[in-house]
Design a binder for this molecule. Structure first.
Ligand code: ATP
Ligand code: MG
Length: 188
């Protein structure tokens, strides 16, 4: 029996991984739409995550960082925050390294029982390796009732086409869906 549950135990993986890019330095909780706050503020009770999807540049990563900061400001255990493409890159990089030189991000993420952010899911090329890795992470979250906040350009149907229905089904089961309206904020 290895039944994980949120806040059950503190592990080495709970060290904050908050390398907030300077682009999102000014992201504040006031920027988070009410429809997202509604779910975010209930995460501790419901243990349900959020699947935030919308067009390119609509503000998903900005909002995710604002929530990550708010989570810490609320005194919660620091979340892990990963851009999915960066995570896959880091995991792949470890394969070619000596044990003493590895970053062990996969172990950290699998051991992390607090809140997890996965930014830009579905942007990476969905090779078998990517699908297998994402399946392991999502399934661990699902089985442990560990909340995850995901951002993506894809709606759930499109995500299913990209990474497969086993991953999409678990996300649908454990996350509330929010579509972020609006155009590309990067445009002048
Ligand atoms: N509510 C907001 N207030 C102020 N600036 C914002 C807000 N939302 C987004 N921005 C800014 O708009 C730009 C684009 O936002 P962001 O990078 O979050 O988009 P995205 O939806 O994650 O895009 P992509 O799909 O390409 O990853 C960023 O510079 C971000 O800081
Ligand atoms: Mg983004």
């Amino acid at each position: 029996m290895n039944k994980p549950s949120m806040y059950e135990k503190v592990t080495y993986a709970d060290v904050a991984n908050m390398n907030k890019p300077s682009m999102y330095e000014k992201a504040t909780y006031a920027d988070v739409p009410d429809g997202v706050k509604w779910f975010f503020e209930k995460i501790k009770q419901t243990r349900r995550g959020i699947y935030l999807h919308g067009a390119v540049g609509s503000g998903k990563t900005h909002i995710a960082w604002a929530m990550a900061q708010q989570w810490i400001d609320n005194g919660e255990r620091p979340p892990l925050f990963w851009n999915v493409s960066e995570l896959i890159r880091s995991i792949k990089r470890d394969f070619g390294r000596h044990a003493y030189d590895r970053d062990h991000e996969e172990e950290y993420i699998m051991e992390h029982h607090g809140l997890l952010f996965l930014d830009d899911l579905g942007a990476e090329n969905a090779t078998d390796f990517v699908r297998d890795t994402l399946y392991l992470i999502i399934n661990r979250r699902y089985e442990g009732k560990l909340p995850v906040i995901i951002t993506s350009n894809l709606d759930l149907g499109e995500l299913s086409d990209s990474v497969g229905d086993r991953i999409a089904s678990r996300i649908a089961g454990m996350c509330d869906m929010v579509e972020l309206e609006g155009g590309d904020r990067r445009l002048p």
